[in-house]
Write a protein that binds this ligand. Structure first.
Ligand code: FES
Ligand code: FE2
Length: 460
């Protein structure tokens, strides 16, 4: 549990809040590149960290991200004309470049130099892996972009998708750090003996109350969840990484939700970001490399797929509303289309279709911000407890002494890898983590698929 004060501190992300300030030290995903499909396309309303912003792609292809209120008299730049290298407010014609410079002020006398004195606050943007990243922080010169493993692959191999959750960012992310829920929420109906011999799923189902070891890393927290393998001298390890402020490196190999799809190739690298739109809404950004259902279905290798196609679950078409992007059709108002018959017959534990929607249902059912003074956390929750501590400590250190948060000036702090593998019982868990990491950061001569032991999940 958390005190009321700590819960407020950790959840609220608006400008000037301790956690909001912490997040503004980092580069954060703002929108998908595909939401701005070409030069001078329609602007997009983006709600990010409690700020109302307008994203646009200029004639040169660069992305601009400005507060929606025009610096002149506050009309929304959403209605602006995106033309010839800038966005022009339609109220009095002021025009702004992607860096916030005022390029034109046609309602002022020609001799006026007022336009050189006015600037829109523009947030620096960079595009990587199909996502527009933005820096909303105080530095004149932004810190370096984090070095996520997904960035090491060409953009055409990265599949970026997004979906919204109607809940505070922390409880969304805590679903990623909640190791034990998988064996219930997603797989409570499955029996270990029905899963393939030696598969990750089988080993997971054999022990639904695993234990976890934890390590603070330079960018966040790493967990090693372990299960003894019956009739063997091996321990099955699941290495998982959380990076501040809201990133999760999901495991390489076969992802649980794709495991059942024949022909899906193993995931080479992955990233999950639970980005606050505001205190009550979260946009999940997901980047997967090497896992491409479009390819499995016979589509081209670089096919762009939405999360709806990816998961087979339905999203509403996007609207231009502040909260109109990437909303699920199964939602709280229709009880996530729960099928009680399916649940009763144990065809699924929940009766709710899709791993993602199961997670969303649980997360949203807690209310927009869970009251963490009322929780009863057990041993199974140790990972999320550690992450909360790390987040609160980083936010306080920034607020009290200006301490640069973990990883901000150290891009390689984000170069970690998660996955599952078997090790002899007497091996140290950090060996497992090293084998996973070694293929990329520590031993760059090793190819990703060339580890000394294959991933247990890879042949599931
Ligand atoms: S309010 Fe935008 S130009 Fe006047
Ligand atoms: Fe889940």
């Amino acid at each position: 549990m958390l005190s009321r004060e700590d819960n407020e501190t950790i959840c609220r992300v608006g400008p000037g809040t301790p956690m909001g300030n912490l997040m503004r030290e980092y580069w954060v995903p703002a929108l998908l590149s595909s939401e701005l499909p070409g030069p001078d396309c329609d602007p997009v309303r983006v709600m990010l960290l409690g700020e109302r912003l307008i994203a646009f792609r200029s004639s040169s292809g660069d992305v601009g991200l400005l507060p929606h209120a025009c610096p002149h008299r506050g009309a929304s730049l959403f209605y602006g004309r995106n033309e010839e290298g800038g966005i022009r407010c339609v109220y009095h014609g002021w025009k702004f470049a992607v860096d916030g410079r005022c390029l034109d002020m046609p309602n002022e006398p020609p001799e006026s130099d007022f336009k050189d004195k006015v600037r829109a606050r523009a947030y620096p943007c960079a595009e990587r892996s199909g996502v527009v990243w933005a820096y909303l922080g105080p530095r004149e010169l932004p810190p370096p972009l984090p070095h996520f493993e997904v960035f090491d692959y060409p953009d055409e191999e990265a599949h970026a998708s997004a979906y919204a959750v109607q809940a505070n960012w922390l409880q969304v992310m805590e679903g990623d750090n909640d190791i034990s829920h998988f064996g219930f929420l997603h797989a409570g109906h499955a029996r270990a003996e029905d899963a393939a011999e030696g598969s990750r799923l089988r080993l997971t189902l054999l022990d639904r109350a695993p234990r976890t070891k934890l390590l603070d890393t330079s960018g966040g927290v790493m967990s090693g969840t372990f299960r003894l393998v019956p009739d063997s001298d091996e321990t099955f390890w699941n290495i998982h990484n959380t990076l501040l402020p809201f990133f999760t490196i999901t495991g390489v190999g076969i992802s649980p939700e794709a495991g059942a799809t024949a022909g899906v190739t193993a995931k080479k690298a992955a990233l999950l970001a639970r980005v606050p739109m505001d205190d009550h809404h979260t946009m999940t950004f997901r980047i997967d490399v090497g896992l491409n259902p479009a390819t499995a279905a016979g589509g081209p290798a670089n096919a762009t797929i939405s999360v709806a196609e990816y998961s087979g679950l339905p999203l509403h078409p996007n609207t231009t509303d502040w909260y109109g992007r990437f909303r699920w059709i199964p939602n709280a108002e229709n009880d996530y289309l729960i099928d009680r018959g399916q649940q009763r017959r144990m065809e699924s534990y929940t009766g709710i279709e899709g791993v993602v929607i199961e997670d969303v249902a649980m997360t949203e059912s807690m209310g927009p911000i869970i009251d963490r003074t009322q929780e009863h956390l057990g041993v199974a929750d140790s990972y999320m407890i550690r992450i909360r501590r790390r987040l609160l400590a980083a936010a306080r250190a920034l607020a009290e002494s200006g301490q640069v948060p973990p990883g901000v000036d150290d891009p390689d702090a984000f170069l970690v890898r998660s996955g599952a593998l078997g090790l002899p019982n007497d091996a140290d868990w950090l060996e497992a983590a090293d084998i996973l990491r070694g293929g990329w950061g520590v031993l760059p001569e090793l190819e990703p698929r060339d580890w000394t032991r294959p991933l247990v999940g890879a042949d599931a």
